[in-house]
Ligand binder design. Sequence first.
Ligand SMILES: Cc1cc2nc3c(=O)[nH]c(=O)nc-3n(C[C@H](O)[C@H](O)[C@H](O)COP(=O)(O)O)c2cc1C
Ligand code: SF4
Length: 301
Amino acid sequence: MNPRNVTIVVDQDKCTGCGFCLEVCPSDTLSIIDGIAVITGENSLSCGHCMAVCPVNAIRVNALDNEMASFETFSLDKKWMKFGDFPREDLARLIASRRSCRNFKNNPVEPEVLRDLIKMAIFAPSGTNSQEWTFTCLSSRQTVLNFGISIKHFFQNLNKKAANPFLRKGLKLVGIKSLDAYYKEYYASVKDAMDEMENQNIDRLFHGATACILIGSGPQASCPKEDAMLAAGNILLAAHTMGLGSCLIGFAVEAMKADKMIQKKIDIPKGERIHAVIALGYPDETYMRITGRKKPIIRFK
Ligand SMILES: Cc1cc2nc3c(=O)[nH]c(=O)nc-3n(C[C@H](O)[C@H](O)[C@H](O)COP(=O)(O)O)c2cc1C
Ligand code: SF4
């Protein structure tokens, strides 16, 4: 009997009993009995390794939706790419050419492009393969602007509190140091930015982006933040290949963490948490060259 969380189905007529699926399974879900693969384990990560490895295509993992590997703006060669087969110089050039974009054109980002970006996001790894992502697309400049107004209000209120020395001191006395730390680190630059938004109509939060993808997690995710950032990484790189500029907006994440009303205003259910906000749009900036990076600390032991 197939336990409920195991959605693997083996076509017994096709299976040759080679055992490759057992070798790659992280959950010991399969055994070879009488020369064919049989489900004997009670757990499955539903990672699809068995389905991907089977030389005779005898396995289906019902938890996985093949549609998710079909894209609207291009067609995907579904043949698995061998280790070492992708030109590393192309990947390195893509990685190093992506830059946070802070100048966007007014053109909207087509919904099919946003949907394809999300499909690329979900091929990222996730803790225990929970794939508990949620993606909320703000797909017009107006919705991005409205979202920006909520974020701006949050920071204006926060700055009002932070500007009060008695409140900062009082909180510090009872062990809450965060407002004082915020005042020292961010107050002045946030004030300048919010003033520019308010008085000069300059979009200092979303930089004029015409779309946004908010990546969240459901309650079952084991590593929600890590999963979201990995998905975000895929989107940032994929966006560059699709002619889009992108920029992570941490200010929006912080505001949403502190003020649940912002989430409510864009109809994101209560149980979800937003871990990454990505501003997207057609870039109004071009670069000439790839630059270096700061030297990291690297250790070999
Ligand atoms: C977690 C995180 C939050 C960020 N938040 C913002 C933000 O609120 N606004 C912004 O303009 N850039 C933001 N960035 C972009 C960084 O400033 C940018 O990645 C960094 O300067 C390196 O530049 P690059 O992305 O062009 O390589 C954020 C980046 C990360 C990783
Ligand atoms: S990899 Fe395919 S053919 Fe080989 S044992 Fe598993 S299901 Fe059977």
